[in-house]
Design a binder for this molecule. Structure first.
Ligand code: ADP
Ligand code: MG
Ligand code: MG
Length: 279
């Protein structure tokens, strides 16, 4: 029987690269919590930044950090439980989202990411798998919550250098990292653009050939070439408004200095149509 501190184990919620997540019930107040268990032996700088950065955030579109505790084997992070699974599964079930539904989730994503950035935290692993859904009575669609600060970077620390994140969501300047540093916040905007693309079209704008879990260097270079030449398909088979495509193009600009800012995303005409209700 695994120790779960002052939580009783309810069920498993997921397994990630570095540990596993379980649903627990707080034995003192009965509250449910998602608990992420990371092997104590594996504790490294990423676990440290996950805890430090996530714990300072408090926002309706960020999974609420509750507490951290130790068991004999694990360091455990208790957080708000998202009842609706990940946006990845939601999109996968429907193949792609209608533009208005994509807008609903995208607005919340951007508002949440903007908050993190204003608190000085770049997530650096923004993707559909790391955005969770919370069902709320009376709302037609679930609310979006950003999770997984395992690769996050606080901007009061030295400039970001590490090539972290997930290949299909990685900004070109992270992939190339020529002068040894990049702004994680600007790279997050690219990843949000990739998310918007996947919600619109049900596939990735840039990827290495299917089935290669460990892509070859040449395949990564070919992908990078498409990124810097802005070669991706704005599919004629899926009807997306000109404003939607315009926003997408501005987020997927390869030069981080030219890429649209979050401020400009939030005043873009595609974004300002039908703002979501306050969470
Ligand atoms: P990793 O760093 O290993 O990717 P994550 O923090 O992304 O770990 O969690 C892995 C998976 O566990 C998520 O994709 C999600 O399916 C599930 N999960 C994580 N946190 C929660 C939560 N707060 N509520 C519900 N499910 C969660
Ligand atoms: Mg994750
Ligand atoms: Mg992670």
């Amino acid at each position: 029987m695994r120790e779960t501190g002052r939580y009783e184990r309810v069920q498993s919620l997921g397994k990630g690269a570095f540990g596993f997540v379980q649903l627990g019930r707080n034995l003192q107040n009965g509250e449910l919590a998602a608990i992420k268990f990371l092997k104590r032996g594996d504790v490294n700088k990423y676990v440290e930044s996950e805890i430090l950065n996530h714990s300072v955030l408090r926002h309706p579109h960020v999974i609420q950090f509750k507490e951290v505790f130790l068991t004999s084997e694990y360091i455990a992070i208790a957080m708000e439980y998202a009842t609706g699974g990940s946006l990845f599964h939601y999109v996968q079930k429907q193949t792609r989202l209608k533009e208005a539904v994509a807008r609903w989730f995208f607005q919340q994503l951007i508002i949440g990411v903007d908050y993190c950035h204003k608190r000085g935290v770049a997530n650096r692993d923004i993707k559909l798998e790391n955005t969770l859904l919370q069902k709320v009575n009376g709302l037609p669609l679930p609310l979006l919550k950003i999770c997984d600060f395992g690769y996050s970077k606080a901007d009061f620390k030295s400039a970001a250098k590490s090539k972290v994140g997930t290949l299909t969501y990685m900004a070109p300047e992270v992939l190339v990292n020529r002068d040894g540093k990049y702004d994680g916040k600007v790279a997050d905007i690219w990843s949000c653009g990739v998310m918007l693309y996947v919600m619109f079209y049900g596939r990735y704008p840039f990827e290495t050939p299917a089935g290669s879990a460990m892509p070859k260097a040449t395949e990564i270079l070919a992908m990078l070439d498409n990124m810097v030449r802005q070669r991706y398909e704005l599919s004629p088979h899926v009807e997306i408004s000109d404003q939607g495509k315009d926003l997408l193009r501005k987020m997927l600009l390869p030069d981080p200095k030219q890429r649209i800012t979050l401020e400009a995303v939030m005043t873009h005409p595609w974004f300002t149509t039908n703002l979501p209700p306050e969470a």
